[in-house]
Design a protein around this ligand. Structure first.
Ligand code: PHE
Length: 341
């Protein structure tokens, strides 16, 4: 008898179910009016006197445990039902998370360039991507035989009068000079087009930020100081710059600017081709002819201009060695810039 009672106690402790019917069957089996507990109590008088006490304790324990277990399992069922109905109505629960996008590296670097020049008082000006000959070439002192005026180098939309996709954002600066009076301090970010075969090192479109500063007494020293400030903000305080004489139709004198290689700190590596320097932009003093073309008195005002390719700066900052990556929409490439703003 005692053995049977202990067995049932163990069974009760081990019993689990989420099914209301099974729980009720279990209740009837143990606690029902014809259940096991009743039967065992009926046997009480047949139990040897020395076992009576223990037997009584086990039976009481069995009743308590069975009642508690059944109450517990029923409560669990009620709870989980409550939860599911709550879930349906809880509008504060988070939905599926949207995947976070990323800014394009060209936008990141373009914005950084704009921020740097904004800090020293440059405004931002924009203009049309389809330009007439005057704003893209003639006002900027391009001679009639200049190769950029050729179909080989420029995408023409119309000939006579010539309308083309702008080849640089200097065209925006012409518009600013025509429409405002000095002092002028502005940068022109934007997309430009050139008729090039697409490869790792050249593309038929890219992005520029060009700058223009016109006032009384602006000198080459101002140009150099402004560009040094830019280079050190962009590539780090220890960056050095180097200006090499060059030629552009719209500036005189003209120069190309190199920055010390940020990869080898100027010691020489395969990125800077062991020169320690990397070319990043063209610049110069605005040619007096250009000022006059745009209605600015070149005897009173002088100015400097510069222009850089955003892809080139991005290449140096993020070590991207193939220009085509920027326009292929490769998700793995773009994902690398997640979280940058
Ligand atoms: N417009 C030139 C280019 O597209 C860059 C430049 C701008 C050079 C201003 C000198 C001064 O290459």
């Amino acid at each position: 008898m005692l053995e049977r009672a202990k067995e049932l106690l163990e069974e009760t402790i081990a019993f689990v179910s989420k099914d209301a019917q099974q729980i009720e069957e279990f209740r009837i089996k143990i606690l029902g009016s014809k259940g096991e507990l009743k039967k065992l109590f009926a046997e009480f008088r047949n139990v040897p006197a020395e076992q009576k006490k223990e037997f009584g304790l086990v039976l009481n324990d069995l009743r308590e445990k069975a009642e508690a277990k059944i109450a517990e399992l029923k409560a669990e069922i009620a709870n989980s039902e409550g939860n599911t109905s709550q879930k349906r109505e809880d509008y504060t629960r988070p939905t599926n998370l949207n995947e976070l996008g990323s800014r394009h590296p060209i936008s990141l670097v373009k914005n950084e360039i704009i921020e740097i020049f904004k800090r020293i008082g440059f405004s931002v000006s924009e203009g049309p991507e389809i330009e007439d000959d005057w704003h893209n070439f003639s006002a900027l002192n391009f001679p009639p035989e200049h190769p950029a005026r050729d179909m080989q180098d420029t995408f023409f939309v119309e000939k006579d009068p010539d309308i083309a996709l702008r080849t640089h954002t200097s065209s925006v600066q012409v518009r600013v000079m025509e429409n405002s009076n000095p002092p002028i301090r502005t940068i022109s970010p934007g997309r430009v087009y050139r008729n090039e075969a697409i490869s790792a090192r050249a593309h038929c479109f890219f992005h520029q930020v060009e700058g223009l500063y016109i006032d009384k007494g602006v000198s080459f020293a101002d140009l150099k100081q402004t560009l040094l400030f830019f280079a050190q903000e962009m590539f780090g305080k220890e960056t050095k710059i180097r200006l090499r004489p060059s030629y552009f139709p719209f500036t005189e004198p003209s120069a190309e600017m190199d920055v010390s290689c940020s990869i080898c700190s100027g010691k020489g590596c395969n990125v800077c081709k062991y020169t320690g320097y990397l070319e990043i932009l063209g610049c110069g003093m605005v040619d007096p002819n250009v000022l006059e073309n745009c209605g600015i008195d070149s005897k009173v005002y002088t100015g400097f201009a510069f222009g850089m390719g955003v892809e080139r700066i991005t290449q140096l900052k993020y070590n991207v060695n193939d220009l085509r990556l920027y326009s292929e929409n490769d998700k793995e490439f773009l994902d690398q810039f997640k979280g940058s703003f």
